[in-house]
Design a protein. Structure first.
Length: 202
């Protein structure tokens, strides 16, 4: 009976854990810097957007190589950005929504302010990401923590133009992340153990 309970509990934890998302603040280069936000649902680790404030797309992209400032990182895709917003509990696109205010404030607390100041004052976070509809340009996303504005495609700007109120949405795959296929394999093992236990009882 204990074996059956263990197998069912393990399978449940694995399935529930893979379906629920949490955004966790972790350290990057020094203890206590809290410059990384890990999305437990995707395994992606996001550098704080405020950390790259007022730097152009080209400048940041040139620092992704081995031994460079942002080694191991890359620009987030539009799909990854939208998934992050969903995992953060944000609805989008919207020019403002009361239901977005609390998650928007939590989001800016994690990723840092790139414009304005902390609540109750006006402010929020904006960032360049890997989405382009014209050569030599990329889009900027925006979140305002006062009115709940969330716009994945706020405006497009030249790659060599630094923006004083926007950082960069860059990501890396977390070192301790368990890939989704592995989670499914472990769940399968747990269920197989349950079936074996039932067969023994029969």
């Amino acid at each position: 009976m204990n074996t059956i309970k263990y197998c069912v509990s393990l399978a449940a934890m694995l399935c529930v854990g893979s379906a629920q998302a949490a955004l966790l603040s972790i350290d990057w280069q020094a203890a206590g810097d809290n410059l990384i936000t890990r999305d437990t649902a995707t395994g992606l680790e996001w550098l704080d957007w405020a950390h790259t404030n007022n730097r152009s797309y080209s400048d940041v992209a040139s620092k992704f190589g081995a031994g460079q400032e942002f080694e191991g990182f890359r620009y987030a895709t539009r799909s990854e950005l939208l998934t992050l917003y969903t995992d953060a509990g944000l609805s989008f696109p919207t020019m403002g929504a009361a239901s977005n205010v609390a998650p928007a404030q939590a989001f800016t607390a994690l990723f840092g302010l790139t414009f304005g100041s902390s609540p109750p004052n006006n402010g929020g976070v904006e960032a360049l990401y890997d989405y382009s509809t014209s050569a030599g340009n990329h889009w900027v996303t925006a979140i305002n923590h006062i009115d709940g504005l969330v716009q994945p495609d706020w405006f497009e700007t030249a790659d060599n133009f630094p923006i004083s109120f926007a950082g960069s949405a860059i990501v890396r795959v977390g070192e301790n992340n368990v890939p989704e296929p592995m989670s499914l394999t472990l769940a399968g093992i747990a269920l197989a153990g349950l079936a074996a236990s039932r067969m023994k009882r029969a």
